[in-house]
Design a protein around this ligand. Structure first.
Ligand code: LAC
Ligand code: ZN
Length: 472
């Protein structure tokens, strides 16, 4: 595929559709939109467009579709799979000015928002009405709800409350043809035709541009407490995860952090953490519910379930400050790893009970291919973020040996009943492994769907699908 380069005439056209101040080619905007949070990738767009309405997006897409200009939708740029990177240049469609909460329907426990609303701001707005939108990616303080929908994000609370897809009731979206469609309905039940809503959720900006999102909400949960449990063996920490569930406890979050993860995050955030030499990993466990007394009882049950493992002293956090400090530490692990060394992140996910095997495979493959990893993530969901650390590896090995290691790891993940990404998406980082997860016929169905929505392939090209081999 080749795309048209943007000309002066194209820029002049965009300036008639948008206010000229929202057609941006200056170095600063181009540099900002050249990156997201994925490794050190950098793909500058040719122009950054900042629409404020579905109608403006419709005009942009209709034009680009005719001209064969590639268009890459963009949220806050916090993604970890390269979804917002303009691999083929063209337009970066920056949704930051579409940041209104349009309707908070307290009677029906629903909220309708534009894609550029910051996730945490949406959470706080509904919280003021006693309502709760649970999905809480680590980047919630800056990520946009549109990006969360596009990647089907998760976060710690996904364990008890589900991921983004479990909250999206309906969407408004613009097709590459410029047509504006609505999917779903403002109902909790819906058995009406193909589920286009869920097709667009997690489609990584490759099918349509989402311009309006209606989410269901649940009543706020008043109480929670957090436990930090140190383990002398990382393998045991992984085994303990399932033991907690088998003891009949359903935590609202259950996170795993290897020692390096917590140590680097503590340094990165200047947080004092007591980290005895013999501690190899931690579980961070959150319990929530309507009554505090019950949570203390559940915490004791957790401690009982963990008694047969080699754990250090459990830290109970029940004040707002203590809890905030622990969760801040957890949320900053990703940034801390990034600041420590070049790295490659793999968003592995397996059935929960297979987590101990997964960790063991990660370390064995690392030993074979000469790489070190630091693992952390949503253990209760079997979702382990494997961060391969470049530090000691030579540049040559990083390029030639690492892909073999990643290939082996994904092969093991799939053999365990898992898949390529739990919550970060495929984007550009995992596209070349899609054939491990899907047979050719299944990939062809996906390509067929892509062609129905986007026959010219202008929307977010280069993502999800294995790269076509150049004809020689
Ligand atoms: C986290 C991000 C990396 O769990 O998904 O911190
Ligand atoms: Zn995560």
């Amino acid at each position: 595929v080749s795309f048209a380069k943007i000309t002066a005439a194209d820029l002049a056209y965009f300036a008639t559709v948008l206010a000229p101040a929202r057609v941006l080619t200056d170095a600063e905007h181009v540099a900002r939109c050249a990156r997201d949070e994925t490794e050190d990738f950098c793909h500058p767009p040719e122009v950054v467009l900042q629409p404020v309405s579905a109608e403006e997006i419709s005009a942009i897409l209709r034009y680009c579709n005719t001209r064969k200009i590639s268009v890459t939708p963009r949220g806050a740029g916090t993604g970890l799979s390269g979804g917002a990177l303009a691999l083929h240049g063209g337009v970066s469609l920056d949704t930051r000015r579409m940041n209104r909460i349009l309707h908070l329907d307290e009677r029906n426990f629903q909220v309708t928002a534009e894609p550029g609303v910051i996730t945490q701001e949406l959470q706080e707005a509904v919280r003021e009405k006693g309502l709760f939108y649970p999905p809480d990616p680590a980047s919630k303080g800056s990520s946009f709800i549109g990006g969360n929908v596009s990647e089907n994000s998760g976060g710690p609370k996904a364990l008890k409350y589900g991921v983004v897809k479990d909250y999206v009731l309906s969407l408004e979206a613009v097709l590459p043809s410029g047509e504006i469609i609505s999917t779903g309905a403002a109902t909790l039940k819906n058995s009406t035709g193909y589920n286009l809503t869920q097709l667009l959720v997690g489609s990584e900006g490759t099918l349509a541009v989402i311009t309006k999102i209606t989410l269901r909400l649940i009543p706020a949960v008043p109480h929670d407490l957090t436990l930090l449990v140190p383990f002398r063996s990382a393998a045991e920490a992984c085994e303990a995860v399932n033991a907690i569930f088998l003891a009949g406890i359903a935590p609202s979050a259950l996170e795993f952090m290897e020692r390096d993860a917590i140590e680097w995050a503590a340094r990165y955030t200047s947080t004092a953490v007591d980290l005895p030499q013999d501690i190899a990993a931690h579980l961070l466990i959150e319990l929530d519910g309507p009554e505090m007394e019950r949570l203390y009882g559940e915490a004791e049950k957790v401690a009982d379930a963990l008694a047969r493992f080699d754990v250090g002293e459990i830290l109970f956090a029940d004040t707002a400050d203590q809890k905030a400090a622990l969760w801040n530490l957890r949320r900053k692990v990703g940034e801390a790893v990034k600041s420590h060394s070049a790295y490659k992140e793999i968003d592995t996910v397996v059935p929960r009970a297979e987590l101990p095997v997964l960790l063991q495979k990660v370390k064995a493959i690392g030993a074979r291919h000469g790489f070190r990893s630091v693992c952390y993530g949503h253990a209760g969901d079997g979702n382990l973020h494997v961060n391969i650390i470049k530090d000691a590896m030579s540049a040559g090995d990083w390029i030639t040996r690492l892909p073999h290691g990643v290939h082996e790891l994904f092969t093991e993940v799939i053999a365990l009943g898992g898949t390529l990404s739990g919550e970060h998406g495929i984007g550009v980082v995992a596209r070349d492994y899609m054939h491990l997860a899907f047979a050719p016929a299944a990939l062809d169905v996906m390509r067929g769907i892509k062609a129905v929505f986007d026959p010219n392939g202008i929307l977010n090209p280069g993502k999800i699908f294995p790269q076509e081999k150049a004809a020689s």
